[in-house]
Design a protein around this ligand. Structure first.
Ligand code: NDP
Ligand code: 2IT
Length: 444
């Protein structure tokens, strides 16, 4: 494989998809060597088959708002690769959603799911519908209209969606309800469901907790204790909230959270009581993070990201490309020695280069945030055997999976000088399993 040529071909065939090109470029640059050790891969043109999604569904979603106006949005499902199991991945509702973003997410998901050790392929879906400011009724009608189209493409053994940005327990509930009505079965073809109807304990917590478990493994390699460390977190949604919860319980000091309008800086640290306020603010009142600063009298910076604040550890948990080269240099200049990604692809290629050059502990999202989809996989297992495991059991399995992912990254990413390049480790480990599964199943 010539990574540059593969990439330029993809750019020519799929122009105007910068996020997709970015995700593919990162993976290709790190797997090229491992790939070329297997000449049979090229004979079967494995790389193109792995980069281009198996199929993509797109459809119009029509719904009626509270004023009686008829609204349209676009809906998509990208089924990227099912070599190791049913397509699996979240649904994103955000005004920015387009095919470039969903193709990058589905591509990343394929490698991430491979790393989890569970039998799941990769997919992603979503809509350019923005839940911001919508009433509960509007959200429900939109979810129903979305699934009225999507349902025929998914199923417990074909494709199992879940949440992502703009899609949490409420939206999964509405979508699953509609799915069951259409498909006339009860096998749990969505994860992140409510506990009363097949959801798994710890699924809401899993991405944030898992990211902290991964961070602890990285810190262990340098004998660093999390206690007392200052952490900058971005985002204030599902992933950020449970990242902060776990960090607080371990004695770390979280000084920032954010939303798409700005960030708060609390030098005293966000404690359990203040975090409870954030849960209420974001999950019940659906307010803005600015209100935290007003309530607790701390700094709020409009229109900025938190990376200029001095911290030991950064845990980006909002969205893609939220740490650019300048942000990375600011973090490093302030002494930040670990970055563990809750979001998918939050660091730009330039930022990643800075982190690797500085040889800090840097965990890419496909390794560090794999806890969410891992517990989704455990939810699928519980649904299949029609049992529910305890919180302790699911949490123990989550910890073990994050430990195993870390071990795989170390195995495939340790350089001659001993530095662990987790980007390379995660990409090579994730890739090899999918590649071998594809080879064994013939040219499809
Ligand atoms: P939520 O919708 O619960 O929260 C998203 C948070 O990020 C909100 O605070 C939101 O602010 C902020 N945000 C979203 N878009 C932007 C943007 N364009 N610029 C700045 N801030 C933004 O989503 P999740 O917490 O579930 O997802 C966060 C990240 O984690 C995403 O990258 C997602 O792909 C990834 N992820 C999620 C998993 C899960 O299980 N949910 C699993 C693995 C990864 P606002 O409220 O203003 O929109
Ligand atoms: O990016 C992700 O891994 C998710 N949004 C979770 C996917 C899932 O199927 O639980």
């Amino acid at each position: 494989m010539n990574a540059q040529k593969v990439l330029s071909d993809l750019k020519r065939r799929f122009p105007n998809e910068p996020e997709y090109h970015q995700a593919v470029a990162e993976v290709l640059s790190t797997i090229e060597e491992a790939y070329n050790e297997h000449p049979e891969f090229d004979r079967y043109n494995l790389i193109e088959r792995l980069c281009i999604p198996d199929r993509i569904f797109s459809f119009r979603v029509t719904w009626v708002d509270d004023k009686g106006q008829v609204q349209t949005n676009m809906g998509y499902r990208v089924q990227h690769n099912n070599a190791i199991g049913p397509y699996k991945g979240g649904i994103r509702f955000h005004s920015s959603v387009n095919l470039s973003i969903l193709k990058f997410l589905a591509f990343e998901q394929t490698f991430k799911n491979s790393l989890t050790t569970l039998p799941m392929g990769g997919g992603k879906g979503g809509s350019d519908f923005s839940p911001r400011g919508k009433s509960d009724g509007e959200i429900m009608r939109f979810c129903q209209a979305f699934v009225a189209e999507l349902w025929r493409h998914i199923g417990p053994e074909t494709d199992v969606p879940a949440g992502d940005i703009g899609v949490g327990g409420r939206e999964v509930g509405y979508m699953y309800g509609m799915y069951k009505k259409m498909a006339r079965e009860n096998t749990g073809t969505f994860t992140g469901k409510g506990l009363e109807f097949g959801g798994s304990l710890i699924r809401p917590e899993a991405t944030g907790y898992g990211n902290v478990y991964f961070l602890l493994e990285m810190l262990k390699t340098r004998n660093i204790d999390i206690k007392g460390k200052v952490v900058a977190v971005s985002g204030s949604g599902n992933v950020a909230q449970y990242t902060v919860e776990k960090l607080i319980s371990l004695g770390a000091k979280v000084i920032t959270m954010s939303d798409s309008n700005g960030y708060i800086y609390d030098p005293d640290g966000i404690d359990a009581e203040k975090l409870a306020y954030i849960f209420e603010l974001k999950n019940i009142y659906r307010g803005r993070i600015r209100e935290y600063a007003e309530k607790y009298g701390c700094k709020y910076v409009e229109g900025a990201r938190p990376w200029n604040e001095k911290c030991d550890i950064a845990m980006p948990s909002a969205t893609q490309n939220e740490i650019d080269g300048d942000d990375a240099r600011a973090l490093l200049a302030n002494g930040c020695f670990a970055v563990s990604e809750g979001a998918n692809m939050p660091s730009t290629p330039e930022a990643i280069e800075e982190f690797l050059k500085a040889k800090i502990l840097y965990a890419p999202g496909k390794a560090a945030n794999a806890g969410g989809v891992s517990v989704s996989g455990l939810e699928m297992t519980q649904n299949a055997i029609k049992l529910s495991w305890t919180k302790e059991e699911v949490d123990a399995r989550l910890k073990q999976i994050m430990f195993d992912i870390h071990t795989q990254c170390v195995k495939y990413g340790t350089q001659a000088d001993g530095y662990v390049n987790y980007v390379k480790g995660a990409n090579v480990a994730g890739f090899m399993k999918v590649a071998k599964a594809m080879m064994a199943q013939g040219i499809l």
